[in-house]
Design a protein around this ligand. Structure first.
Ligand code: GLN
Ligand code: ZN
Length: 769
């Protein structure tokens, strides 16, 4: 193993590419198929065309081995479920009748059967369908999709590498099937699953695969010795197969930790490791396990999940260091490019100068190719690219957009006192009670009311110039009137204006903050055919003018009851955006928090007595490794407090989060120092109330009594029962009555009926106190 032989062999590769196509053709074809407007053949040919064009683009750009099998009609974890034959019992008939329709039935459910559950893919905003397994699960190999896609790519004369979800990650992502005891561990099925992978590998080899990539991102999370053993056994077994392609075991999103030694020793031919962000620790770790003698190392040096240009010189030097540690080193993006938009050059509305700071999938591909070339032939071979990259990095670092002295000075001047309220919770709660004059078990909602077709049409009209700002705002005021008058009639105690003016809870604020960019084509897959266009937090953040005050004030002018101001919190703003990578997240969070703090102050000055700052993403951006969590929670909770603690003692601060399990962050929730928290609880029968109580949570809480994810109207009796259950855990003085989350996805009829029942339930239970 000499540096020279490694250098000669260096190649560029990626693990996956955006699936949707330049104009989201895939979304249109799949949704058309669901509606019966596109037939199966047309769907298949659209998909094949998209795959072909992706591969051609990658190959033309200089990618040596194109990935195959990363394409999906809906989700690659669901594709893996099909590949291993783990079709849930309830979907078998549909799958047997028609594979495509059965596939979509698993993804979306039908009138008769529920879909698979959907959850976040690690700490990304991509959602996968959770495999359902049990002691009776029988795996059978179905390599058709993988083989077909490999064959397609090879037929184009390309060299291609199938990418599969690895067996350990597949099992670790699974959950017990319905009816299977909750303590069933899918990993116990490993010995049954490995022969199926062996069969798929043999099929791929027969179809011409030289290499197959097995993705094991679950190994970057903290793993028990038993789980590490499972990884060791998997790759010992698969490695020992005689009829198989070369194996490349890939990990990404964080460092491998203890799993690195396991994989380094495994009898596989290559490892793909992430060297970006916290995963940069893989570099030292790799040296300390003695490198990967005799193996291929694929080095993820270009961040595959942000939208920023790479520091090419820095990456080249990382690659240079790695050269001595493996038999052959290839350059890659750190993870599939699925998580970034397709092409920054399509963003014609972004100033060309700023656009040059952005790298989407196409630009990242070019970066990887440049790096491979630079490594193979020396930096001189890519001197033009390196010079252009240096200039772009310098333009970004020196720009007034990324460096606003006023914003920086203010952020630096923040003191601990700025993040503390003037009175402790126990004292200020009395002042708030006196000011608000609420009954026991006060009722409220989480903020949004139905986003009707009319509202969406009004926004589209405004964008298209069919209506002017005055006309649009007229519509919004009319909607607010209706929302306020309904809430008054229904007898709700703390009202909201209904958020009719918001297209999205993050985008709405990003559009009004200086330092944020909007993209026109920056779509990324969230799940299935749902794509989102996250804002880009590109520069120093400031708030040129109030963002919500006039709507809240207008709503308050219509009623004597308190109207709650509604803001999206700093952590959620970051979590659902692409955030600049040239400073710590904590610094950006602090800037956003200061902008929001001014908004809170303005709301208070305008007479708002209750302000809610939503942080539904607080838990989802929790680092994958436990060792990193305390530092994250420290800056995250500080940013929330910086947003909210500038208020008078008698101004009540609410927060809202939507998930049912959060025992692991109750301490952090208390550190927010909010007065009231509302949470999702209806489906779990108030589990959160018990968890809060078990952790001695001392503040007011509103565990949801109305499941807003379903059009179903809960009866007053049902809601009252949930309230009584809540009262077993939380005393009446601290219990609020509210739905699980905002009502924007609901229609008016069910919203009206459900909220009326919710108020009736509160009244009934108040009478029992
Ligand atoms: N205030 C927001 C709403 O009511 C909260 C949404 C959320 O938690 N995701 O829609
Ligand atoms: Zn919510």
């Amino acid at each position: 193993m000499t540096a020279k032989s490694a250098a000669v062999a260096t190649r560029a590769t990626v693990y996956g590419y955006p699936r949707q196509g330049r104009n989201r053709e895939l979304k249109k074809a799949v949704e058309g198929y669901w509606k019966g407007r596109v037939d199966a053949e047309a769907l298949r040919s659209t998909a094949a065309g998209l795959r072909r064009s992706n591969w051609r683009q990658l190959a033309d750009a200089g990618i040596h081995e194109v990935p195959t099998g990363d394409f999906s009609y809906y989700d690659h974890v669901l594709d893996t479920t099909v590949m291993v034959g783990a079709i849930p019992e309830r979907h078998r008939a549909a799958v047997a009748a028609d594979a495509t329709d059965g596939y979509f039935a698993m993804a979306r459910g039908t009138q008769e059967v529920a879909p698979l559950e959907m959850t976040k893919w690690f700490d990304t905003n991509y959602h996968y369908l959770v495999p359902e397994l049990g002691p009776d699960t029988v795996f059978t190999a179905d390599s058709a999709k993988q083989v077909a896609e490999l064959t397609e790519a090879l037929a184009l004369g390309l060299s291609a590498r199938p990418v599969l979800v690895g067996p350990v990650t597949y099992l670790l992502l699974a959950k017990p099937a319905p009816g299977v005891p909750a303590d069933f561990e899918p990993l116990t099925l490993l010995d049954r699953l490995l022969p199926v992978y062996a069969e798929v590998l043999a099929d791929l080899r027969a179809a011409g695969a030289e290499w197959v990539q097995l993705d094991e991102p679950a190994l970057v999370q903290d793993r028990t010795p038993a789980e590490l053993n499972a990884a060791e056994r998997s790759y010992r077994v698969l490695g020992a197969l005689t009829d198989r392609p070369k194996l490349l075991v890939a990990s990404y999103f964080d460092r491998l930790g203890d799993a690195l030694a396991v994989l380094a020793k495994a009898p596989v031919e290559g490892l793909a490791l992430d060297f970006t962000g916290a995963a940069a620790a893989n570099l030292d770790a790799l040296a300390s396990v003695g490198g990967l003698p005799g193996k291929r190392l694929v080095a993820g040096v270009v961040d595959g999940r942000n939208v920023w240009i790479n520091d090419l010189s820095k990456s080249l030097s990382t690659l240079g260091t790695l050269l001595g540690l493996a038999d052959r080193v290839d350059a890659a993006a750190s993870c599939s490019l699925l998580h970034v938009p397709l092409d920054a050059s399509a963003e014609r509305d972004i100033e060309p100068q700023i656009r040059r700071w952005l790298a989407f999938a196409r630009q990242k591909t070019a970066e990887v190719v440049t790096l491979a070339k630079g490594l193979a032939r020396g930096a001189g071979a890519v001197s033009a690219e390196l010079a252009a990259n240096r200039a772009d990095l310098a333009s970004r670092a020196g720009s007034p957009i990324t460096r606003d002295p006023a914003v920086r000075a203010r952020a630096e001047a923040v003191t601990d006192a700025d993040t503390r309220r003037s009175q402790p919770y126990a004292e200020r709660t009395a002042a708030q009670r006196a000011r608000l004059g609420l009954p026991l078990l006060p009722t409220m909602t989480i903020g949004s009311f139905p986003q009707t077709d009319e509202l969406r049409a009004a926004r589209a009209d405004l964008r298209a110039g069919r209506v002017d700002t005055g006309g649009y705002e007229e519509r919004i005021r009319a909607e607010i009137q209706e929302v306020i008058s309904f809430q008054e009639k229904a007898g709700i105690d703390v009202l909201v204006h209904g958020e009719p003016e918001r297209n999205d809870m993050v985008q709405y604020f990003a559009e009004q903050l200086t330092g944020c960019l909007a993209t026109r084509h920056g779509w990324v897959q969230s799940y299935g055919t749902r794509y989102v266009r996250p804002p880009v937090l590109a520069g120093d953040i400031s708030r040129p003018e109030p963002m919500t005050v006039r709507w809240t004030s207008y709503a308050q002018s219509l009623t004597d009851r308190p109207v709650k101001g509604m803001l999206t919190g700093p952590v959620t703003m970051l979590a659902w955006s692409f955030v600049r990578d040239d400073q710590p997240l904590a610094d950006t969070a602090r800037q956003v928090a200061l902008a929001l703090r001014d908004e809170v102050a303005d709301l208070e000055a305008a007479g708002t007595a209750v302000v809610q700052v939503d942080e539904p993403a607080l838990r989802e951006t929790l680092p994958l490794r436990a060792a990193d969590r305390a530092a994250y929670l420290a800056w995250a909770t500080e940013a929330f407090r910086l947003t909210t603690t500038g208020v008078r003692p008698d101004t009540q601060i609410h927060t809202h989060m939507c998930y049912a399990e959060f025992g692991d962050i109750v301490r952090a929730i208390d550190d927010l120092d909010a007065d009231v928290i509302s949470l999702e609880a209806a489906r779990s029968h108030m589990q959160v109330a018990r968890e809060l109580a078990a952790h001695g949570y001392p503040r007011e809480a509103g565990p949801g009594v109305y499941d807003i994810h379903s059009p179903r109207v809960p009866s007053a009796g049902e809601a009252a029962d949930l309230l009584r259950t809540g009262l077993d855990a939380i005393p009446a003085e601290r219990l609020w009555v509210n739905p699980d989350c905002g009502l924007k996805t609901r229609a008016w009829p069910e919203t009206r009926a459900s909220l009326e029942n919710l108020v009736a339930a509160a009244r009934t239970v108040r009478g029992e106190l």
